[in-house]
Design a protein around this ligand. Sequence first.
Ligand SMILES: Cc1cc2nc3c(=O)[nH]c(=O)nc-3n(C[C@H](O)[C@H](O)[C@H](O)COP(=O)(O)OP(=O)(O)OC[C@H]3O[C@@H](n4cnc5c(N)ncnc54)[C@H](O)[C@@H]3O)c2cc1C
Length: 344
Amino acid sequence: MIVTGRIVRRLPAPYPPHSLRRSPIAHSPNPVHFHHTAMLGRALILKTSAFSPVERMVRKSFLFRGVVRRFIAGESLEEAINVCEGLTAKGFLVTLDYLGENTKSEQEALAARSTYMKMLGCIAASPCGKNANISIKLTQCGLDQGDDVAERNYRQVLTEAETFGSFVRVDMEASAYVQRTLEIIERVWPDHKNTGTVLQSYLYRTPDDVELMIRLQMRTRLVKGAYLEPESVAHKAKAKVDEAYVECGKRLLKDGFYPAIATHDQRIVEILKAYATQEKVDKAKFEFQMLYGIRRDLQESLRSEGYNVRVYVPFGESWYPYFTRRLAERPANIWFILKSFVRG
Ligand SMILES: Cc1cc2nc3c(=O)[nH]c(=O)nc-3n(C[C@H](O)[C@H](O)[C@H](O)COP(=O)(O)OP(=O)(O)OC[C@H]3O[C@@H](n4cnc5c(N)ncnc54)[C@H](O)[C@@H]3O)c2cc1C
């Protein structure tokens, strides 16, 4: 007990203020060298974390608990709803994400569908009400078992959401799923207008997909992209990903329907705020989105400036892949953990 207490006290606070984090880019003598090192660090973290002994250690060791709780609202729906209520009380919008991907059977996909439906019911019954929606994944609806399986489950979730006047966002996964995901959403769209999706600026194809979303007038969340993708499909250089983000963001702000600018990149946030002001895009016509536990200072300042800010709140027992993607995005997070190991 004593040992546990001593080590836990040395773990970082669940939400270190951003001012305590150093921007590695700003402190790097050579940004190009830093970029390659960061990419290597990211790939290394994603590859190492895929080994099952590493996963077992991260899941079991209390040393990781603090940093896990920084990004994950909890394992149960009740814990997640509590977090959502707290955020709603502070004036944030929320989207609830049930963690998990790539179901192995139709039964697993049905179980995920039931959880999605339960989430919709719990949100509707909570004080979050219309300020909350859900984000789902088609591989959790059974995409690996077949497009028809995923589409059937997705349609049922949308029908359930309609009864509560709720909205369902389809997260975008690895590039191998992008075309199939967009085809399914487009097929469903004539029957269900309470849905939207996500586009990733690192993919070369995304400017064309942005135009498709504008034609359909479908709510689109723009992100940089979280998966390890080959150079044949995605920009590798951060500058290119950022440049594409800004261009796609401007297109969506100008002609899209209630787009979501989902990034923690303050420079990009400022550029797109300035663009919206210049083009007289009303603050009510778009929203910013950020992940639970990341850049809370920026979330709060945007909210106080009168922007809509939605926090993406993940929960569930299958938190491991999501957690490792968050670590890989910012390898500095690993140092917190390593330091506590060394001290412990
Ligand atoms: C609401 C939301 C939904 C998302 N949905 C999807 C999706 O459906 N599909 C998908 O592929 N990706 C999704 N992502 C993840 C996204 O693709 C990026 O991987 C992630 O947002 C990091 O990129 P960034 O835009 O914040 O920019 P970056 O350039 O990675 O980061 C900019 C700055 O943000 C801060 N920051 C970023 N990440 C972290 C972190 N983990 N810990 C601490 N600080 C950090 C740092 O200050 C960093 O300098 C989503 C992101 C958000 C915000």
